[in-house]
Design a protein around this ligand. Structure first.
Ligand SMILES: [Zn+2]
Length: 395
């Protein structure tokens, strides 16, 4: 028998929120229809009613689940140049310990209503968990090296790792880590692969001010720190431009391109990027930005510029939890202008489109999978989340 589920508001996402809307789902777990009861709300037989709003399952477009064992390991506000050092120092440890932490993080995300995930991987440790998880994963196999002599080797390693994911029926793409960690040679090789594959790609973008400084004048704290570690910038050429404008020609123009963090991106960065790339999805991980740099992107600017935005949690190395709802609360707190229905769209349909998963996820539409989250503690008068808002997975 079909189930009918209702709440104070239903957010189908592909259309406006519906007061006392009803979602009908079949026994296979597909959405049959979304009903707008109109002004005359009659008692409907067999309808389950919940206090709160119903939103589709969340799509997290940026995480590194393989860093889950670093929870509470790295101090807050150390800034990116130090954070990178902490991660490389702590990341390699007992594999069983790492796998346990990955499994726990996967479970935490399921509990927090995340149904699909764009996850960065440098190794195969997450494969077994991804295979059996209820979450639909798209893995971004990350490459980085500033040494041009290593570029071919890095690509070979990435291809081998991709094969392991493919053998387990897990979708993946090979991607660059960040503008500041890739030699020109490696970028050239990556561009060819990304263009051929046509699948979604991602890169960390303008996460720290010193990333722009590096490209403008080959200076700044990021440059100094890397130099002090003995990293040579032999195949790196300052451009006099911001980092995004400097590397944009290496990104495939027609793929879905998920730009992550954007903490120091300005209006000119947004405009320039849009002249080169057709399908940009700006992903924000505000709690990680506060954790590492203690600053936030100008998220309101992206909203006003009508950009497609998405939400990520980043990893437990730079976050205390993996919850899209908590990221939305932070955005709403700092940028109250952005309406709730817009934030919900970023956390659902935009993310599903970015990962090419929108035929199944992202909105309440006929034929899509019925992943239904209940959010409680809503301030209905202003249609906002409250500090007390919590999430419960209904279906
Ligand atoms: Zn990241």
């Amino acid at each position: 028998m079909n189930r009918r589920i209702s709440a104070h508001y239903v957010f189908p996402v592909n259309s406006a929120p519906i007061r006392n809307g009803i979602i009908e789902i079949d026994e296979q777990g597909s959405i049959v229809k979304v009903i707008n009861p109109g002004k005359e709300i009659k008692e409907q037989a067999g309808v389950e009613f919940y206090n709160g709003i119903l939103v589709p399952g969340f799509v997290n477009t940026h995480c590194h689940i393989e860093l889950s064992h670093l929870k509470n390991k790295i101090p807050q506000h150390t800034r990116l140049h130090n954070f990178v050092g902490y991660v490389s120092r702590f990341r390699n440890t007992d594999e069983q310990f790492i796998r346990k932490a990955i499994e726990k993080a996967d479970f935490e995300m399921q509990k927090n209503g995340i149904v699909a995930l764009g996850d960065i991987s440098n190794n195969a440790l997450s494969i077994e968990i991804k295979k059996k998880s209820k979450i639909k994963y798209h893995t971004f196999i990350e490459t980085f090296s500033l040494d041009p002599a290593l570029a071919d080797k890095k690509i070979e390693e990435a291809k081998k790792l991709q094969q392991k994911f493919s053998m387990n029926n897990l979708d993946s793409s090979i991607v660059p880590h960040a503008p500041y960690s890739i030699s020109t040679k490696l970028f050239d090789l990556l561009k060819k692969i990304m263009q051929e594959n046509k699948s979604p790609v991602t890169i960390h973008n303008q996460e720290t001010a010193s990333e722009n400084e590096l490209f403008k004048n080959k200076s700044g704290i990021l440059y100094e720190t890397f130099k002090s570690w003995g990293i040579e910038f032999q195949d790196f050429y300052p451009t006099g431009k911001n980092s995004l404008a400097s590397v944009i020609n290496y990104l495939p123009p027609n793929n879905n391109c998920i730009l992550v963090h954007n903490t120091f991106s300005k209006k000119e960065d947004i405009q320039q990027a849009n002249t080169k790339l057709k399908n940009i999805y700006w992903t924000f991980c505000p709690n990680a930005n506060l954790y590492i740099e203690n600053s936030l992107p100008d998220i309101q600017l992206f909203y006003r510029e009508n950009q497609k935005c998405c939400i990520g949690t980043d990893s437990l190395a730079s976050n205390t939890q993996l919850s899209i709802l908590e990221e939305l609360k932070t955005i709403q707190n700092y940028f109250p202008e952005i309406p709730l229905h817009e934030l919900i769209k970023w956390a659902t349909l935009n993310g599903a489109q970015a990962l090419n998963l929108h035929s199944k996820f992202g909105s309440f539409e006929q034929g899509k999978q019925s992943c239904i989250n209940l959010i409680t503690g809503i301030d209905y008068k202003n249609m906002r989340l409250s500090k007390k808002s919590t999430i419960k997975v209904l279906v």
